[in-house]
Design a protein around this ligand. Structure first.
Ligand SMILES: Cc1cc2nc3c(=O)[nH]c(=O)nc-3n(C[C@H](O)[C@H](O)[C@H](O)COP(=O)(O)OP(=O)(O)OC[C@H]3O[C@@H](n4cnc5c(N)ncnc54)[C@H](O)[C@@H]3O)c2cc1C
Length: 506
């Protein structure tokens, strides 16, 4: 098939979040074009069932499909997310914790002050250059406020969500069926190819062959079509991202709910804590090169005070990297089948969404030629590699050295991309990081405020000399004004838990 106009049938193998997100976006793109979309799901292989945090892009997904927060959030025990606190990643005095903010319109006023102070600090002047004091999102978290601005406040905030992954999958499943997507429970055992190598049909354990023009591989880490059938090469990121396993454990949630994920550095990795409306989701992402599953579970249980073992933990393996071609022949891989980055910035659903949304643009253009596939793959690879570099930067800037895990993370610079080396070089020479991000066209992956928050939050600064009395007093005054301004802005936001409770039954 060289042309999208020949497209009549799409089969999606897999009914996890990736399968249903793909179904929703494609159904929306192809509405009224008479294309049949069918999701096949195994009765015996479950969904991965973790993945409880998002970036602000998930709001765009729901908005584009006209699904209101008041509809989906209560059904998925969802909460709002204004950013991530990184705890214990840096050992530098004064930098034990920092907040990676989701942006607000107020940042237009406060971010330049932050960046100017960062540059003063890079020049060695002892001024406050921690991101936490400069962003409204941080204040929303501190005061446990929902990031929904009151009507009279002219500045809006971007935000992501936390949600129960299994419930989100069920919700998307239900919505996709309402929009005409078909669903069949069957276990795919193999696929057959035509003379050109395209997938002709997938075969089920009931002996049935299901043919289609286009196949979307959403079969999770098993990657039934993109790997097992088409043997697409896999580009591992394990040289720079060591973590390949996780252990997850829920804990009870009581009291007010801060709209944030907390990521705490551990001995051999890091632990997430995510608030839902009814519980915390917790997990420890670690490297099996340095620690085994029992050690990881014990360390997590100690952290959570869950030593009696009454709540069982779930252990998961992760394959870190991406396929070389996400669109190969007549197959597009989406979700865990196409690749995965450890969930430090909760980017998996975002990459899933982008993979399908970019494919939808190619569908619109109607070009299914080899050059079109190549251009698509370059684009999606750019997203994976760009996000990888931002995650790698956390490990390279961490000053922890308490275990071989952290020491090796900091020392193995060989795998670092030229792009990331360019960013680090710019920072260490105290040059303009914004200009470097623009030069490398990297802002499409992470905005400049995120890079400054990461580098400054970790305390990547030269030793500071004392500020002069004049600098110090000017700075203290500016800081007090900033704090007061943000405090007043925060008055326009309401209690997070209350807002969530009001959504139920609306
Ligand atoms: C530890 C961890 C933490 C994570 N945290 C986050 C996070 O915070 N934020 C985020 O965005 N993402 C996160 N993720 C990723 C997220 O869980 C996944 O991206 C998301 O759930 C999509 O998974 P999937 O649909 O690709 O695969 P799965 O959920 O594994 O679904 C695979 C589907 O394929 C079907 N299938 C498999 N084999 C067959 C077969 N032979 N025949 C028919 N059907 C078959 C299964 O039945 C299932 O329906 C995390 C992942 C891990 C491992």
């Amino acid at each position: 098939m060289k042309n999208a106009s020949e497209l009549k049938d799409i089969v999606i193998v897999g009914g996890g979040s990736a399968g249903w997100m793909s179904a929703m976006i494609l159904a929306d793109t192809l509405a009224a074009k008479g294309v049949t979309i069918t999701v096949l799901e195994s009765p015996t292989v479950g969904v991965i069932g973790v993945g409880e945090g998002s970036t602000p892009a998930l709001k765009r997904f729901f908005d584009s499909l006209n699904i209101a927060e008041s509809e989906w959030m209560p059904q998925c025990n969802a909460t709002f997310k204004s950013g991530i606190t990184f705890d214990g990643w840096s050992t530098k005095p004064g930098f034990g914790k920092y907040f990676h903010q989701f942006s607000t319109m107020v940042d237009k006023l406060t971010q330049p002050v932050f960046i100017s102070n960062v540059h003063a600090r890079l020049q060695g002047v002892d001024v406050d250059a921690r991101p936490d004091d400069y962003f409204l999102s941080r204040l929303l978290v501190e005061n446990k406020l929902a990031p929904l601005a009151g009507e009279s406040f002219p500045f809006t905030a971007t935000y992501g969500y936390h949600f129960d992954a299994a419930l989100l999958g069920k919700f998307l499943h239900k919505k996709a069926l309402e929009r005409g997507v078909r669903y069949r429970v069957c276990h795919v055992t193999r696929a057959t190819q035509d003379a050109d190598g395209n997938i002709a049909a997938v075969h089920t354990s009931d002996g049935e062959a299901v043919a289609a023009d286009l196949f979307i591989d959403c079969s999770g880490f098993s990657a039934l079509l993109i790997d097992k059938t088409l043997k697409t090469p896999f580009v591992s990121y394990s040289d720079v991202l060591f973590n390949d396993a996780a252990v997850a454990l829920p804990t009870p949630l009581e009291g007010p709910i801060a709209p944030q994920t907390v990521s705490t550095a551990m001995k051999y990795g890091w632990a997430w804590q995510i608030p839902l409306t009814n519980r915390y989701g917790n997990g420890y992402v670690y490297s099996t090169r340095y620690c085994d599953a029992d050690q990881a579970e014990t360390e997590l249980r100690h952290k959570l005070g869950q030593l009696d073992g009454s709540t069982p933990a779930r252990h998961l393996k992760m394959k870190i990297g991406r396929v070389a071609q996400h669109w190969n022949k007549n197959c597009v891989a989406v979700g865990l089948s196409q690749g995965f980055l450890e969930p430090l910035e909760a980017t998996a659903l975002y990459l899933t969404q982008m993979t399908v949304a970019i494919f939808a643009l190619f569908l619109d253009k109607g070009d299914f030629s080899e050059p079109a596939r190549h251009a698509y793959n370059q684009e999606v690879n750019g997203f994976f590699d760009g996000h990888r570099d931002y995650i790698v930067a956390h490990f390279k800037t961490s000053s922890r050295a308490d275990t071989a895990y952290w020491r090796d993370n900091a020392s193995e610079l060989d795998g670092m991309s030229d792009s990331l080396k360019g960013i680090f070089g710019t920072w260490l020479q105290a040059k303009d990081l914004s200009a470097e991000l623009v030069r490398q066209d990297l802002e499409r992956y992470y905005p400049v405020g995120s890079w400054y928050a990461l580098m400054a939050g970790m305390g990547v600064f030269p030793a500071a000399r004392m500020a002069s009395a004049q600098e110090a007093s000017g700075h203290a005054e500016q800081r007090a004004q900033m704090r007061e301004f943000l405090r007043r802005c925060a008055l326009n936001f309401r209690d997070h838990k209350l807002v969530l409770q009001e959504m139920v039954g609306r």
